[in-house]
Design a protein around this ligand. Structure first.
Ligand code: ADP
Ligand code: MG
Ligand code: MG
Length: 263
């Protein structure tokens, strides 16, 4: 079947580096989806599809419903996240309460932990790639840079978005812990409303990522709990071996104290 036979295309939902994402509706069921169209010749499409299928067992990962292929493109029919992107909510909200930050961060860590347990490094954790459902639940999207790695294997080569990139990604080999760093950059932005590492140029930004110390004495941190600062320090640690894992983040006292108990 051709995609036009099965779906009616709607408005654009977003534009990425390689493709665009459109709202679409199944002609048979009337259900709405998001369709990511990627031009052929992009070798990574197969990997993106394969990894999404591999990760389909978790509610925090955007579900891949089906894939269409035509002469020019691949079309990925995905679960629709009608709540939009976390980045847009963050821009509106400014800074989040610790309670709200912790609940978002817990859901993010649960899905990152799942990816890591499944042998996947996402490599592009940032709020542009975290989507929201109609009810406000987070969904991790965009597995275009994701890689499967065997136990103990490491990756090399610069990947990701400059402000979120881990220091070890800039200098050499890296693995799952690079995602933890990127999530830490996001946590910083949730808690205080600004990114931790900035620079007037890419070089200045990378220099900050490699060496700048966080200043918890500054004004913006005064209203943030000591527990939150402790967690962030354990995440934004340049010593990769000392940096905590997703599992350890989930059992950190800040998480325990500020997230909702579900029992
Ligand atoms: P890229 O690899 O080009 O960055 P993404 O997969 O991140 O592509 O998608 C680009 C944008 O399209 C997202 O930031 C988001 O705004 C929108 N988008 C992607 N997937 C969905 C989805 N399942 N539901 C709603 N919007 C989506
Ligand atoms: Mg993206
Ligand atoms: Mg991508």
């Amino acid at each position: 079947n051709k995609i036009e036979d099965d779906y009616v295309m709607g408005e654009a939902l977003g534009k990425g580096k390689f493709g665009s994402v459109f709202l679409c509706r199944s002609k048979v069921t009337g259900v709405e989806f998001a369709c990511k169209t990627l031009p052929k010749g992009e070798e990574t499409v197969h990997k993106e599809v394969e990894i999404m299928q591999h990760l389909s067992g978790h509610p925090g990962v955007v579900t891949l419903h089906s894939v269409y292929e035509d002469a020019e493109s691949f079309h990925l029919i995905m679960e629709l996240c009608s709540g939009g992107r976390l980045i847009d909510e963050m821009t509106k909200e400014g800074r989040y309460s610790e309670h709200k930050s912790a609940n978002i961060f817990k859901d993010l860590m649960l899905v990152i932990q799942y990816c890591h347990d499944m042998g996947v490094v996402h490599r592009d954790i940032k709020p542009e790639n975290i989507l929201l459902t109609a009810s406000g639940k987070i969904k991790l999207a965009d597995f275009g840079l994701a890689m499967r790695i065997a136990n103990g294997q490491s990756l090399s080569g610069l990947a990701g978005s400059p402000a979120y990139v881990a220091p070890e990604v800039l200098t050499g080999d890296y693995g799952q812990k690079a995602d933890i760093w990127s999530a830490g950059v996001l946590l910083h932005a949730l808690l205080v409303g600004v990114l931790p590492f900035q620079g007037d140029s890419l070089d200045a930004l990378f220099e900050a990522i490699k060496s700048m110390q966080l200043d918890f004495h500054s004004e913006k941190w005064q209203s943030v709990s000591k527990l939150a600062r402790d967690l962030l320090e354990r995440i934004l640690t340049r010593d990769v071996a000392a940096r905590i894992t997703a599992e350890e983040v989930l059992s950190h006292p800040w998480m325990m104290f500020y997230t909702e108990r579900t029992l």
